[in-house]
Design a protein around this ligand. Structure first.
Ligand code: BES
Ligand code: MN
Ligand code: MN
Length: 459
């Protein structure tokens, strides 16, 4: 049992936070080429900290995009191996003016650390590095550990699939451990047992061959912005369901037992609404908020633009209108099939007055992790040891597309021990990570190694 763990955390917590702040000061925004050098710097930072913590090997593995940091400590090849996955890249911090403190100047307020990446995923990656440091220093590492920390998660992990295919032998492990999701609450531990898949597309609607005077031509020439708005509006039925033919064909119905278990997951709707300042929740009728954000698929506009969007008013009938549309998928929907169904349907909606182009972006398959695995049971016991409560298995609405590939290519299940909170504002201004969650993560992860090794090898 990792006995000295709470003492080790208490004695080192200040240093842990200072190191994490250093990590957070690197603006490793993978989506924006202006930050290219910083993304590489973040990879170097991770490599350095893995070595400092006690890894025997840590190296930067180049890819066609941003590198993957690989590290390992092999205790004994006969013992199980845990492969930790996470990402050092972050989402863009825009809009900057909505941040109360600058996104890349990590600031502590009321027990939380505010910065882009504080929760997603630098803070959570750092819990793993510090948990590893503890286990190495206190001779409490019960098994082998490998790290694979990538820099392109926020832009679709385009090069990670190749990397794992080409490095199967090196990545040989027994389980994948990920902290890149959230928990129900610091007093309500939970383990993520599902992720939604993703199909992401961009649409372009073209009307006249140039922007026109909206008075001279308006009324006779179809406005692509108006047309696009109509097309998008028709993608949902009045009951909130999605109107693409065949969209629900592969959706697995949730069993009554699962439905009943979901209904018992603590959820406070008035608080949820107050937190978001909305008077009513939206979506499909006949489903709870939890169901709508976990086991049901969605279609959402992520961005839309056309015509004049600057200060003041310009009278213009735009030539083109654009939108970025995501669909979150559930078992057994496949991103390629859904993208095809979308494209065919969307094109069929267009009146003869416009031309439509649809371009698919990255996608990913949904995943579900069974709760009867020894890996899950070890994670459950770890939370029980540090929180004094059995964690609740929950399916999350977010996506980590590479998880499905880990299973396909490496044949490994992923255990998702996320320590974020839904209120951590990941991808939004004022992202934060509660330090209580950070410490609790560092405390709980070694417990997983302990119970997992015990279950696998009787040690
Ligand atoms: N860590 C998130 C995914 C996540 C967040 C899962 C919260 C569960 C709960 C990840 O970094 C992410 O943002 N994924 C993207 C997909 C990716 C292809 C850009 C997402 O879900 O939008
Ligand atoms: Mn993430
Ligand atoms: Mn993210």
């Amino acid at each position: 049992m990792p006995q000295k763990l709470p003492d080790y955390i208490a004695a080192n917590k200040h240093r842990f936070v200072e190191e994490l702040k250093e990590f957070l000061r690197i603006p490793s925004v993978s989506a924006n080429p202006d930050f290219e050098d910083d993304v590489f710097d973040a990879a170097e930072f991770v490599k350095g900290k893995l070595l400092e913590a006690g890894a025997d090997v840590a190296e930067i593995c180049p890819t066609a995009g941003y590198p993957i940091v690989y590290g390992e400590k092999m205790v004994d090849p006969a013992l199980p191996t845990v492969l930790v996955y996470g990402h050092y890249d972050v989402q863009p911090a825009d809009p900057y003016d909505l941040w109360e403190s600058p996104p890349f100047e990590p600031t502590e307020r009321n027990g939380s650390l505010y910065a882009r990446g504080a929760c997603d995923d630098k803070g959570q990656v750092y819990m793993h590095i510090k948990a590893f440091e503890y286990m190495v220093r206190e001779k409490a590492l019960p098994c082998n550990v490998k790290f694979m920390i990538e820099g392109e998660e926020e832009v679709g992990s385009a090069n990670l699939g190749n990397y794992i295919t080409e490095n199967k032998a090196r990545l040989k492990a027994d389980v994948i451990l990920i902290s890149d999701t959230s928990m129900l609450g610091i007093d309500t531990p939970s383990i993520t047992v599902g992720l939604r898949g993703l199909a992401y597309l961009e649409v372009e609607v073209t009307g006249p061959n140039r922007d026109l005077h909206s008075g001279v031509y308006g009324g006779a020439v179809a406005n692509p912005a108006n047309v696009l708005a109509q097309m998008i509006a028709s993608l949902h039925n009045s009951d909130g369901s999605i109107a693409i033919p065949g969209f629900y064909e592969e959706v697995l119905a949730v069993s009554p037992i699962e439905k009943e278990a979901m209904a018992r997951i603590p959820f406070n709707e008035p608080e949820y609404k107050a937190h978001l300042d909305i008077a009513q929740v939206g979506g499909e009728t006949g489903y709870t908020v939890y169901e709508k954000t976990s086991v049901r698929p969605t279609l959402d506009v992520n961005g839309m633009w056309s015509g004049y969007t600057g200060e003041g008013a310009k009278t213009v009938l735009p030539s083109k209108a654009f939108a970025k549309i995501s669909m979150r998928l559930v078992p057994n929907q496949h991103p390629d099939t859904i993208s095809e169904l979308f494209t065919k349907h969307f094109k069929s909606l267009a009146p003869a007055s416009v031309k439509v182009k649809v371009t698919p972006h990255h996608g990913g398959e949904p995943v579900v992790v069974p709760v009867d695995l020894v890996e899950y049971q070890a994670a459950s016991r770890a939370y029980e040891a540090t929180f004094g409560k059995v964690p609740i298995p929950v399916r999350s609405g977010g996506s980590i597309p590479i998880v499905a590939l880990f299973e396909k290519v490496l044949g490994l299940k992923s255990i998702m021990m996320g320590f974020g909170l839904d209120s951590d504002a990941i991808h939004s201004p004022n992202e934060k990570f509660d330090l209580a969650n950070f410490y609790k993560g560092i405390e709980t992860l070694p417990m997983f190694y302990h119970f997992y090794t015990q279950a696998k090898s009787g040690k």
